[in-house]
Design a protein around this ligand. Structure first.
Ligand SMILES: Nc1ncnc2c1ncn2[C@@H]1O[C@H](COP(=O)(O)OP(=O)(O)OP(=O)(O)O)[C@@H](O)[C@H]1O
Ligand SMILES: [Mg+2]
Length: 319
């Protein structure tokens, strides 16, 4: 026994340590948890979204895709803190969202979101100053940096009416990024642009994301734009919006446009959105469990493990 106690062999430092814990999944930055949103008018109550739930992780480019009227803008406004959910909860970094804040900034579709009496530089500085996120000097520095990043350094003293639609959207993006928000919310920001400018703006947005790795929630009703911009796509069913499925789209970008895999995925999403059967059979009632099952059945996915039904555990499969 004594020999054992005085055993001169060194004990490895980690021999007595507890076994390492399994690698923990980082907590989601944003949680949308069973969120229904209703509009109450004197005549009736309009349900815009019904029990929608998803998690967004830091540096995700998360797309909300759905037909007109399915509640995409409503959901975005609720995440921004403008509309409270009727049921469920939205949490940012674990805390319930109850009001707007400088940690969430929205870029809208409309070109008139910039006050016309302010110069481009003043437009970018204004939210920083108004929210007391930065003092004058820092706000000016950030404005210069982000206007340069969107290629508008030379237009800092121009007024919005002197800019094209694409340039105005670039100012809105610079203004949003200058706030360095925890989540950048974009509601169809390129929908009113011509096709060429829209394509260039998508490219620039992805370039900015490569550089700053912000967390993006991007609303669109273009399947192609969703696949190009997003790394994850939440597909919403028609009015009232319910989460139909989630698609992992990280492998697609502008380089994949026109490719066979891109086209096939776009077609599968199209069927999910519009409940079209792949085989010409009769579609189930939109929004029903039968429709979900039909839309997600293996033969309709072509066997590719890229879609998970809403409500199942977080999507992990990379294809
Ligand atoms: N202020 C409001 N009062 C009453 N109903 C509203 C209001 N705003 C939106 N709605 C209704 O809520 C539903 C969702 O509207 P929302 O604007 O969120 O849809 P959307 O998916 O963004 O559509 P689009 O793609 O056309 O922008 C629609 O049925 C709409 O009529
Ligand atoms: Mg909308």
């Amino acid at each position: 026994m004594a020999a054992r106690l005085s055993d001169p062999r060194p004990v490895p430092a980690d021999a007595l340590a507890p076994p390492p814990a399994p690698a923990a999944q980082p907590a989601p930055l944003l949680q949308v948890d069973g969120v229904s949103i209703d509009y109450r008018t004197p005549q009736r109550v309009v349900r815009a979204t019904h029990r929608v739930g998803f998690d967004v992780h830091a540096a995700d480019r998360f797309v909300l895709l759905g037909a007109s009227g399915c509640g995409k803008s409503t959901l975005l406004k609720s995440i921004a803190g403008f509309i409270p959910p009727s049921e469920g909860e939205i949490r940012l970094a674990g805390r319930a969202v109850t009001r707007p804040g400088p940690d969430r900034v929205v870029v809208f579709q409309e070109f008139d979101q910039l006050p016309p009496w302010k110069t481009v530089r003043e437009n970018v500085m204004f939210p920083l100053l108004a929210s007391r996120t930065a003092g004058r000097r820092e706000a000016a520095e950030r404005a210069a940096l982000y206007l340069d990043k969107v290629g508008l350094a030379k237009f800092a003293d121009a007024h919005p009416h002197q800019l094209s639609g694409g340039m105005k959207q670039r100012v809105a993006i610079a203004r949003a990024l200058a706030m360095q928000p925890q989540v950048l919310l974009m509601d169809e920001p390129f929908a009113a642009l011509d096709a060429l400018t829209r394509r260039r703006m998508q490219e620039e947005l992805l370039g900015l994301w490569d550089e700053f790795r912000f967390t993006l929630i991007f609303v669109t009703h273009s399947i192609e734009e969703a696949l190009v911009v997003g790394n994850r796509i939440a597909i919403l069913s028609p009015h009232p919006g319910r989460l139909r499925a989630e698609v992992n789209s990280h492998q697609f970008g502008l380089h994949s446009l026109g490719g066979a895999e891109f086209q096939a995925t776009a077609q599968r999403i199209h069927r999910l959105l519009f409940d079209e059967p792949a085989d010409g059979g009769i579609p189930a009632v939109p929004g029903s469990v039968a429709a979900d099952a039909q839309a997600l059945s293996p033969d309709r996915r072509g066997g590719a493990p890229f879609i998970r039904p809403a409500g199942s555990p977080p999507f992990q499969i990379a294809v």
